[in-house]
Design a protein around this ligand. Structure first.
Ligand code: VGL
Ligand code: ZN
Length: 193
């Protein structure tokens, strides 16, 4: 498949934050491996004049996803902490649009669309196709992709730029299958024209 990136396209980099990388509070195995690949996508999309978004998990200290508050995760990506920062090696352009999600204590939001203005922002820029990569395949990437499909965007999953948690072995593979079944197209850097 050859894909030419243009102005009606958007790159959505999901949750490439310190806490989701090795050494962080909720490390995705080999999560940092997406960074050099995403940097190449970022450069291609920037050159093509496409929109660039970066979502971030941005929890209050008492968020419901934390074990202490009834959830299943250790505390992670707490607003304003070092762990919530984008990974320092990720080369986000200065005009990237930052989407903070899961900011309210009582609401989990794995999807970048949930409780944010992402849909309206994409629509106001005339975006028709979104290209999604980042962390984690089986949680926030999956939810973001499925919402994008639901809202009528054409969705490309950057399979060379995602990594998953895999609490159960195979979770990421099953997540990819589900995204594809619902209409996402799998691409890699080599598919870009
Ligand atoms: C995520 C678990 C908890 C993610 C966020 O970004 O995929 N996973 N919070
Ligand atoms: Zn979270």
């Amino acid at each position: 498949m050859k894909v030419k990136i243009g102005k009606g396209d958007a790159l959505i980099v999901v949750d490439v934050q310190r806490d989701f990388c090795p050494g962080g509070a909720l490390p995705v195995p080999r999560g940092d491996e997406v960074i050099p690949v995403l940097n190449e996508y970022l450069e291609r999309f920037r050159r093509a004049g496409a929109a660039i978004y970066a979502t971030r998990d941005w929890h209050p200290p008492n968020h419901k996803s934390f074990r202490e508050y009834g959830g299943e995760w250790p505390p992670h990506c707490i607003q304003g902490t070092e762990g919530a920062e984008f990974h320092p090696n990720l080369k986000l352009p200065s005009d990237a649009l930052i989407i903070s999600k899961a900011t309210e204590p009582d609401k989990e939001a794995y999807s970048g669309f949930e409780g944010t203005n992402l849909k309206e922002s994409l629509e106001s820029r005339g975006v028709k196709r979104v290209f999604v990569g980042g962390l984690a395949t089986d949680y926030c990437v999956k939810s973001t992709v499925l919402d994008a499909l639901k809202y009528g965007f054409e969705v490309f999953l950057l399979v060379d730029a995602v990594r998953g948690v895999d609490l159960q072995p195979g979770d990421s593979e099953r997540a990819i299958e589900e995204m594809v079944r619902r209409g996402a197209k799998r691409i890699t850097l080599s598919d870009l024209e």
